[in-house]
Design a protein around this ligand. Structure first.
Ligand code: ADP
Ligand code: MG
Ligand code: ZN
Length: 475
């Protein structure tokens, strides 16, 4: 029997605000435990939450970027539960009236036509704190610094049909929140995390199968691996005539398998009800229009513009717009060095090897410096090979390319007199190869040029080298 995979993702993106969602405590990561707390986020009786306007603004941004309907009136609800890391005993979230609904984004999986994935809802909520379990003693600690940190939860429709599509969707949303500058996207620190719901159904069947939910995976790779594992696990169960149990699973990245965490909870278990401490949120037209007018160019649009304006391939366009920083880097360098294709190739091979799209901000090389390096190669001052060596050095210290070339004496040898002597030397030392060349084996030229490059540590001008060997061999 053939099965079809059905996946829906719930993503939690931590908002990049200075303070928490309902109090003035700092959201800074890594402070000593329990130092960023106050009566509100500690859940003291009598304390009252006050909504952070910036969080609403971030939600509007994401709503507009995903073509969602922005609910002019939306409301907070209490999600009741025993949370050891949320002292109030409930999480303030949104339930029947979230801020955004009915959105969508487009994803691309290599070799397939682009596909639209529905976004059911985007709502605002507060994060819980962090439990720290001691390995040696049967003791657990709680750090409430994260309690009350603003989150947007983005719930997709069950429109994804493979782990690969799920990863593409996750990456696209990640790029969008980063372009909007509302979330730092740091998956290791948990600023962008995802739960995945997955089920299988016999191909052709309308009705969805029973799903499991995979919790809190902290990298694109883990999401895909966990889903692939779960596809195999569920398929094995179904093929044996068994039934998938609806439950919440944890992905163990070290063991490469999922483990049962708890039975599936239902919405009614949480006894949601409107939070009486917070008035409904009113979003007026002027606010939405102001946010709309300030939206940056988003990844899809920028990718298409790159492909069109710079005559790049789809592949290059997608890579170069994978993050806003990388796209900015490319465009700044392009203004100085106008050969888009060469620039794209150099960035793709030499820069991205060390600094991925998310880490461009940490790269010590400025786009103008890279542009000047490439201009030096076009002018014949250094060879393409040397340019790579110089760039590797720039990546370490951020020095100017001109300085490195000068300090290391890497200027390309284009002096005929100097090179002719070496060419003659090489030919004299390799009579056998010279004979082969004369017998018509043109490929030997590569050997000769290679010898010259070795002698000059790659500094000989390759065009000139070819010309000189030809000249000498024809004498
Ligand atoms: P819950 O409130 O229990 O988390 P939701 O109905 O809100 O459940 O759905 C959560 C996520 O699960 C959504 O992203 C949705 O698309 C997805 N989902 C729902 N049913 C299925 C299913 N049968 N298979 C896979 N994903 C599903
Ligand atoms: Mg859920
Ligand atoms: Zn607080």
């Amino acid at each position: 029997m053939e099965f079809e995979t059905v996946i829906g993702l719930e993503i939690h993106a931590q908002m990049k605000t200075q303070s928490k969602i309902f109090c003035g405590c700092s959201t800074e990561f890594g402070a000593p435990p329990n130092t960023h707390t106050c009566p509100v986020c500690l859940g003291m009786p009598g304390s009252l939450p006050v909504l952070n306007r910036q969080v609403v603004e971030s939600a509007i941004k994401l709503g507009l970027a995903t073509d969602s309907v922005i609910n002019r009136e939306n409301r907070f609800a209490r999600k009741n539960y025993f949370y050891p890391d949320l002292p109030k005993g409930y999480q303030i979230s949104q339930f029947e009236l979230p801020i955004c609904e009915h959105g969508s984004i487009e994803i691309e999986v290599e070799g397939q036509v682009p596909k639209t994935i529905g976004i059911t809802r985007i709502h605002m909520e507060e994060d819980a704190g962090k439990l720290v379990h001691d390995d040696r003693e049967p003791v657990s600690y709680v750090d409430l610094n994260r309690t009350g940190t603003p989150l947007l939860e983005i719930v997709s429709e069950p429109d994804l049909r493979s782990p690969e599509e799920a990863a593409a969707y996750l990456k696209k949303l990640h790029a969008i929140v980063r372009y909007l500058d509302i979330c730092d996207g740091n998956m290791q620190e948990g600023s962008f995390r995802c739960d995945a719901n997955i089920s299988l159904r016999p191909r052709g069947q309308q009705e969805f199968g029973t799903r499991t939910e995979l919790k809190n995976m902290n990298s694109f790779r883990n999401v895909q691996l966990a889903l692939e594992y779960e596809v195999r696990r569920q398929r094995d169960i179904l093929l044996e005539g068994g039934e998938v149990v609806q439950q919440t699973l944890l992905w163990d990245a070290d063991k490469g398998r999922t483990e049962s965490m708890r039975g599936k909870e239902e919405a009614h278990d949480y006894r949601y009800f409107p939070d009486p401490d917070l008035v409904p949120v009113q979003v007026d037209e002027a606010w939405i229009e102001r946010v709309r007018s300030e939206l940056p160019e988003l990844p899809d649009k920028r990718r298409l513009r790159f492909i069109h304006d710079f005559e790049l391939t789809d592949y290059d366009g997608a890579i170069l717009t994978a993050s806003r920083e990388l796209a900015d880097f490319f465009e700044t360098a392009y203004r100085v060095y106008g050969n888009a294709k060469k620039l794209a190739n150099f960035i793709g091979t030499e820069l991205l090897r060390d600094y991925g799209p998310e880490r461009i901000g940490e790269c010590p090389v400025k786009p103008e410096q890279l542009a000047r390096l490439l201009i030096m190669t076009d002018e014949g001052k250094i060879s393409g090979k040397i340019a790579k060596t110089v760039f590797a050095e720039m990546l370490v210290g951020g020095k100017d390319p001109e300085v490195i070339v000068k300090e290391k004496g890497l200027v390309q040898m284009s002096d005929e007199g100097q090179l002719v002597a070496l060419v003659q030397e090489i030919l004299a030392a390799n009579p056998e190869q010279v004979q082969q060349f004369r017998d018509g084996k043109a490929k030997v030229m590569g050997f000769f040029v290679g010898q010259l490059m070795q002698k000059t540590k790659g500094q000989a001008n390759p065009q000139l080298a070819n010309k000189l060997f030809m000249q000498e061999l024809q004498k």
